[in-house]
Write a protein that binds this ligand. Structure first.
Ligand SMILES: NC(=O)c1ccc[n+]([C@@H]2O[C@H](COP(=O)([O-])OP(=O)(O)OC[C@H]3O[C@@H](n4cnc5c(N)ncnc54)[C@H](O)[C@@H]3O)[C@@H](O)[C@H]2O)c1
Ligand SMILES: [Zn+2]
Length: 666
């Protein structure tokens, strides 16, 4: 590989990881791995200025911009921080500042909170706007969501705050809330958040502020900006801000020597484990704003600050075996079986290896001594191999299996996906069981009294082979089976019978077509109205439905192209399930708002907000959370927020009152 290719590869990889991290909130690699790659690229670019490129990930802040929000330009750019994992580089940073300033200075040390950054603007003591970092130049306006965070003051205390200022800080999801949220997600078989930071930034970008409110976010503030701040000292300004009602960390301290700085680092590396929120390092800032100005900025970060990041806690242990799990979707996950080892308070015996690329990247061998890290995840993972510890006793190189461990089918890998899949959807045991479990789950057919264990048992003893078999069961078939009395048997059979009334959209969801979640199922039900029309749909008619792209369309097509899926649908139809919209649904639906994006704001008299949301959907419109150029109109009640009103005026978006709206759809 030439240097140029190496640089291009690194750039492409870093762009991809930025996207996974900031937009998808689902990183594939650890922060340390990301930072190491970034440093490698920085070094190469420095040695080879001939390959300079302004779009390189080294030149810009990773972007969280999301098309569902209105964007707002920052008055002062929101940058990242230079970071290091080495104490030597902290010392070098300190010496550089000392030399450039050439006068006395103080260094403010503070915790590096690991959440997502936010900029708040206050005017006359009131919160007027909350904007994410975005790409550093402009961010997403998330004011409505931020207003639900209780520790953020909407109105300031006292009266000695500047008339207009900006304050920046970190929005965080406390550990406790994060763990609870992931437990809930796990029980619903949804993918988990990798860490509280991704959970916080994902939550902040939700369209529904009431869900944001239920997630109990918190926030700490660490920069005050404006033309008329009370002090020249960063530390002093923040102490003032705490009297106005902002949450300012008690862990801030001004240091006057490198020794004091290292004491601070040592102390907090241990003590931070007792904090209720995640931290990933220490931030050092030259305290005087005047001196900060003298030191200035690079394209991406200030020269007067640096982040020292803590190493994630890790343990070293032996890899004994790699086993493979087949999930409900057929995805195959490699699992490392380890010599038990103590890590952050628990004993770890197994760790995820994610996919074949990760295994190859580690050059993993059986018997290797491997590093295990937890990094906020529920399942720990392997982050490295101690190659020095290899001896002649080393076992075989780990090779990803080629056939399904459950049914023997040859595994496949979809274009652009990291995972291997077993394609034998209709006969691979964990996939069948998984399909049935999904089918009976609460958001699908919601069959009372029937849980995964019972389904597992029915399958094991050959009572059911697919979801349609459920509808053939009788009380006599199942009473007397493992822990199954007459009463529970009747319950189950009743529950199954009642599920015949479950509406079409949930039946579609229950089929478990890849990529067809609850929302997509709803859209499909509305668009096609019955299963026959859906079976006949082609790629064109599918992608013309809102929120359905190529990937989902392909998946639906290949589902119905499969003979045994069509056969199953026929059996379910014969069993009496709802395979068309109800009369009521059909008569209630119109296309009057088709293609329109509508924002609801204010208080209403004729219907509640939720009723209006429903009315909009039933008439083919789309509810959106915040105003943008794509908004068709605003359904405006009384007391619409001033920020929203201003934005609507600025973008020239029409306001419609309740009566006008009801006229429109009547
Ligand atoms: N794992 C991955 O795939 C992946 C991908 C992209 C980025 N990342 C991680 O994200 C980092 C880049 O993110 P980033 O640009 O937000 O940088 P960063 O998180 O390393 O540091 C900058 C941020 O720190 C926050 N911060 C917390 N406490 C602070 C304080 N007291 N004072 C000032 N700022 C404080 C601010 O939000 C600021 O934007 C990378 O270094 C990497 O570790 C990981
Ligand atoms: Zn299989």
């Amino acid at each position: 590989m030439t240097v140029k290719e190496k640089i291009e590869n690194l750039r492409a990889e870093l762009h991809r990881h930025n996207y996974n991290y900031y937009i998808q909130n689902a990183p594939e690699i650890s922060d340390k791995e990301f930072d190491d790659m970034m440093h490698e690229l920085q070094n190469l670019e420095q040695e080879h200025p001939e390959y300079k490129d302004d779009t390189s990930p080294t030149m810009r802040v990773g972007s969280d911009l999301n098309k569902n929000f209105t964007q707002y330009s920052h008055k002062y750019p929101m940058l990242s921080l230079g970071n290091t994992y080495s104490e030597n580089e902290v010392a070098e940073f300190y010496e550089r500042a000392k030399k450039s300033l050439n006068e006395d200075f103080e260094m403010c040390c503070e915790m590096k909170y690991d959440g997502t950054s936010i900029s708040l603007t206050y005017e006359d003591g009131k919160l007027v706007r909350a904007v994410t970092r975005g790409d550093g130049e402009k961010g997403d306006d998330v004011t409505d969501n931020v207003k639900t965070i209780r520790s953020i003051p909407l109105v300031l205390h006292g009266n000695n705050y500047p008339k207009s200022f900006e304050i920046r800080g970190e929005i965080l999801m406390p550990w406790e809330v994060f763990e609870e949220l992931n437990r809930e997600k796990e029980s619903r078989e949804e993918s988990l958040f990798a860490n509280p930071r991704n959970a916080a930034s994902g939550t902040l970008k939700l369209q529904n502020s009431s869900i944001v409110a239920s997630r109990k976010l918190d926030a700490y503030f660490y920069y005050l900006l404006g033309e008329e701040l009370p002090y020249d000292g960063h530390y002093e300004n923040l102490q003032a801000a705490s009297t106005w009602g902002f949450k300012i960390s008690k862990a801030m301290r001004k240091c006057h020597s490198l020794e004091e700085i290292f004491d601070y680092i040592k102390y907090w590396d241990v003590e931070r484990k007792n904090l209720p929120v995640a931290t990933d390092g220490i931030v050092l800032k030259v305290n005087s704003l005047k001196q900060q100005k003298n030191l200035g900025f690079t394209a991406k970060s200030p020269r007067w600050a640096i982040a020292y990041k803590f190493q994630a806690e890790r343990a070293l242990t032996r890899l004994n075996l790699v086993t493979y799990q087949v999930g409900r979707t057929g995805a195959v996950t490699p699992v490392a079986n380890l010599d038990p080892v103590q890590l952050s308070g628990t004993i770890v015996k197994r760790a995820s290896l994610h996919n074949a690329d990760i295994i190859d990247g580690l050059d993993l061998h059986i018997g290797d001594m491997v590093y295990v890290e937890k990094g906020g995840e529920i399942i720990p993972k392997i982050t490295g191999v101690d190659t020095e510890a290899r001896s002649f006793m080393l076992g075989e190189k780990v090779k990803f299996i080629t056939n399904c461990p459950e049914c023997g089918s040859k595994l496949i890998r979809y274009e652009g996906e990291a995972a291997h899949y077993c394609p034998n959807e209709t006969a691979c045991p964990p996939q069948i069981k998984g399909k049935i479990e999904h089918f009976i789950s609460r958001k699908a057919m919601n069959i009372d009294g029937l849980g995964p264990e019972t389904v597992d048992m029915f399958y094991r003893i050959g009572l059911i082979k697919n979801t349609a078999d459920l509808y053939k069961l009788t009380v006599n078939d199942i009473k007397g089976l493992e822990r199954m009395g007459e009463k529970s048997a009747e319950n189950i059979i009743n529950g199954i019978a009642q599920s015949r009334e479950v509406p079409f959209e949930r039946v579609i969801f229950a089929l478990g077509i890849r990529f067809v979640g609850e929302t997509v199922a709803k859209k499909i039900a509305k668009a096609f109205k019955n299963i026959e029309a859906l079976e006949k749909a082609n790629s064109e008619s599918l992608v013309s439905v809102d929120e359905i792209g190529e990937r989902i369309a392909q998946s639906i097509l290949s589902y119905f192209a499969n003979e045994s899926n069509r056969e199953l649908v026929n059996q379910l139809k014969a069993a009496g399930l709802q395979f068309q919209l109800s009369e009521e649904d059909l008569s209630n639906h119109t296309d009057k708002l088709a293609g329109q994006s509508i924002v609801i704001s204010g208080v209403f008299t004729h219907h509640s907000r939720d009723e209006y949301k429903d009315i909009i959907e039933r008439n083919g419109g789309k509810n959106v959370g915040s105003i943008s150029t794509k908004t068709s109109f605003i359904l405006a009640g009384e007391n619409m927020g001033p920020a929203k009103l201003e934005k609507a005026n600025k973008l020239g978006i029409k306001l419609m009152n309740e009566e006008e709206f009801l006229d429109l759809i009547s």
